[in-house]
Design a protein around this ligand. Structure first.
Ligand SMILES: *Cc1c(COP(=O)(O)O)cnc(C)c1O
Length: 412
């Protein structure tokens, strides 16, 4: 089945008991057993839940993976990958331009437990390979990155990682996080695919081992649910993750699973609309001359435009602009927006504007932020699927000098 069909049908077979075309939300925490130990595969909903199983089946299918695990947030998913595969003394290599919360987790939490996170500033495969040594068990990348929209060549990085694996002399010690597993000589290549979504890019097919999602963003798609997911290329790697999911318990609730699956059904059509609108907004922003800089991988002047065309089926829904006049300029612009809401997060049907230096990336130290290019005048636009004319009109009026708020206020 093609992507759009899978998104609607995988994990969505009619309810066998009633014929309900849309399966019910199984809120039950526990399951009645015929006799002790004699049950239908479900005992307790932290361990397994039918609504979560359905979502996990859909997520695995969309990314082309063997299995998926669904969590209460993107960060819970990231922690559930890092915890069972890293031990004290291990290193991970990450491309430095990443989600601020991921950097915080690696730097403030995992470093304390003896993991050595190493951040690479060059997006090329060679720069990443150069930081890998015998202690490295994981390579972490995001592409396109947040908020600078740099692209990393997943296939080239996977090739470089495989070459290092092949030259390794010794196996890693047995990790044995519940499920018996040794990484052997493996270096896991993990891709945070939140920005692109599987509608635009499937990292597992390009050689990655694991995909991570904040399903809060495009997969949920309506800014009404927090969630995260891990998808693995092989079933073996899911065993320790599944074990940890049950042991630590950061699972997504049945209602959250339902909402996320409902969102996924329109992912294909939404991503097409996001991409079309984002390209129109980016072209307008560039032509307006009102910004110091406009970054969008779908613009011909983006330094990795060719890679975007090769690796992605659309350039995504995020456009990053740098306002003239630094923080003051950005702040004035954002407070004048009416259709775009000034809010954190991204990937919903509604357009949002975020100021990373103050909002999402505040946990990244200033020096590091500036090194990445996250300057005070930078604004990240999550372009929604409203009519592009309305979005452009809103941005245009916000660039004018006179304050004018067009947002309808709360009902009197
Ligand atoms: C939002 C986000 C996360 C974190 O996900 P939560 O659902 O907020 O925990 C991780 N990676 C990226 C790229 C994100 O945008």
């Amino acid at each position: 089945m093609k992507f759009e069909t899978q998104a609607i049908h995988v994990g969505q077979a009619a309810d066998p008991g009633t014929g309900a075309t849309i399966p019910p939300i199984y809120v039950s925490s526990t399951y009645t057993q015929e006799a002790p130990g004699k049950h239908k595969g479900y005992e307790y909903s932290r361990t397994q839940n039918p609504t979560r199983d359905r979502l996990q089946a859909a997520l695995a299918a969309l990314e082309g993976g063997a299995a998926a695990a669904s969590f209460a947030s993107g960060m819970a998913a990231t922690a559930a990958l890092l915890t069972p595969v890293l031990r004290p003394g291990d290193s991970l290599v990450a491309y430095g331009d990443m989600y601020g919360g991921t950097y915080r987790l690696m730097e403030q939490v995992f470093r304390r437990w003896g993991v050595d996170p190493r951040y690479v500033d060059e997006p090329g495969a060679d720069a990443i390979a150069a930081r890998i040594d015998d202690t490295t068990r994981l390579v972490w990348i995001e592409t396109p990155t947040n908020p600078m929209l740099r692209l990393l060549d997943i296939e080239a990085i996977a090739k470089a990682v495989r070459a290092i694996e092949a030259s390794r002399k010794a196996d890693a010690p047995d990790y044995s996080v519940g499920a018996k597993m040794s990484l052997g000589r493996r270096i896991l290549l993990a891709v945070d695919n939140t920005f692109a979504t599987p509608a635009l890019q499937q990292p597992l097919a390009l050689g990655a081992d694991v995909v991570i999602h904040s399903t809060t963003k495009y997969l949920g798609g309506h800014s009404d649910v927090i969630g995260g997911a891990i998808v693995t290329r092989d079933a073996e790697l899911m065993a320790p993750i599944r074990y940890y999911q049950n042991a630590a318990g950061g699972v997504s609730s049945p209602f959250d699973c339902f909402l996320t699956q409902r969102g996924i059904k329109t992912l294909g059509i939404r991503m097409r609309a996001h991409c079309e609108n984002a390209l129109r907004v980016a072209r307008w922003a560039q032509e307006s001359g009102g910004f110091e800089r406009v970054i969008y991988p779908g613009l011909e002047d983006h330094p990795q435009h060719a890679l975007a065309r090769r690796q992605m089926r659309g350039a995504g829904g995020i456009v990053t602009v740098v306002l003239k006049g630094g923080f003051e300029g950005a702040s004035r612009f954002m407070s004048r927006l009416g259709v775009f809401a000034c809010a954190e997060s991204l990937g919903g049907v509604e357009s949002l504007a975020n100021h990373p230096a103050i909002m999402t990336h505040a946990s990244v130290p200033r020096a590091r932020r500036e090194q990445l290019g996250v300057v005070d005048g930078l604004v990240r636009l999550s372009v929604g699927i409203e009519h592009a004319d309305d979005l452009i009109a809103d941005l245009e009026q916000a660039l004018q000098s006179e304050p004018q708020r067009s947002r309808p206020g709360p009902a009197a």
